[in-house]
Ligand binder design. Structure first.
Ligand SMILES: [Fe+2]
Length: 311
């Protein structure tokens, strides 16, 4: 088996200002499936084609933003190994007990130099995607409910010290750099896209003075037609759209950025290419992010909101 170590994004816990407004957005407009509520009042949701119990947890709070973002690792031995590697690197870790999140085993959590809380875990109850394992149909009713993304795909986080974040993800967690944007003086990176898989990004960062900020959570669709359909569904439901539908030059993803009712940005997107760890990272100059079409290949400009609006 070639895929070991950190496998994929597993869940994000998102703060929303009004729980039922948030549930309405992610369950009824996005079309995710509600899979549980816990004693703390948190609501658990999954995309229709995800097999584990949840990928999104909503927590009502006074401010919007991201509590933590988690990755699933291969197995218990990998979790122990990753925890030891983090500690040897000088990162303080904490074990969250099994059951703290519904249907989820122990989680190892740690804080990045960017101020974000990241978790690793090996166990979460597999509830399936609603299709038979044997001779499955290619379609379920849930696959057309609302925007209906197939999975939580990645996140883009804003915070300081992304050079250190880059080192931690590549030297400890086994990620590799897929794309980057240079600082205006060309001496460092202002943005990095990192992968632990064959995906063009599993997590990304932009250098930003304020720590721990969320730029967006991203949900994967399977065609450009579905991205346009998502735009129709957003319009019908009066969801405020930020950018798109358009194509990113960075990653080549075809996208819409929009905001949930609490002001957390989310992305519905399709496409991108499939990199390998031995590829040379694609480099964008700072001007290339805007005029070069890195952010918006169709309009070829750096939208003000991309650099300024986070939660
Ligand atoms: Fe994205």
């Amino acid at each position: 088996m070639a895929m070991t170590g950190v496998l994929r994004p597993g869940h994000a816990q998102l703060r929303v200002l009004n729980l039922e407004e948030g549930v309405h957005h992610y369950r009824d407009v996005m079309g995710m499936i509600e899979t549980g509520r816990d004693a703390q009042g948190r609501v658990y949701l999954k995309c229709w084609d995800e097999r584990d119990h949840h990928s999104l947890i909503l927590r009502e709070a006074d401010s919007a933003g991201l509590d933590f973002f988690a990755f699933k690792v291969l197995d218990d031995a990998t979790l122990d190994e990753q925890e030891a590697k983090l500690q040897a690197y000088g990162v303080a870790t904490e074990r969250m007990p099994a059951g703290d999140l519904l249907e989820t085993g122990e989680r190892v959590r740690f804080t990045l130099p960017s101020g974000h809380l990241i978790e690793l875990y090996a166990r979460k109850t597999a509830v399936g995607n609603g299709l038979q394992v044997e001779n499955p149909a290619p379609w379920t009713k849930a696959s057309e409910n609302g925007i209906a993304p197939v999975r939580l795909d990645h996140c883009l986080l804003y915070g300081p010290n992304i050079a250190e974040v880059h080192k931690l993800f590549t030297e400890v967690l086994g990620f590799y750099l897929v794309e980057r944007v240079l600082t205006p003086d060309g001496q460092g990176n202002v943005a990095i896209w990192l992968s632990c898989s064959h995906k063009v990004h599993d997590i990304a960062f932009v250098e930003h003075a304020e720590p721990g900020k969320l730029h967006h959570l991203s949900f994967l669709l399977e065609s450009w037609e579905e991205v346009l359909r998502a735009g129709d569904i957003m319009a019908v439901n009066q969801v405020p759209v930020d950018i798109g539908p358009t194509r990113h030059g960075v990653t080549r993803g075809c996208t819409i950025y929009a905001w949930d009712p609490s002001g957390n940005r989310f992305e519905t997107f399709m496409g991108g290419y499939q990199p390998y760890p031995d590829y040379e990272p694609t480099t964008w100059t700072f001007d290339g992010l805007g005029a070069g079409g890195g952010l918006d290949y169709v309009q070829r400009k750096l939208h003000e909101t991309f650099l300024t609006v986070v939660s």
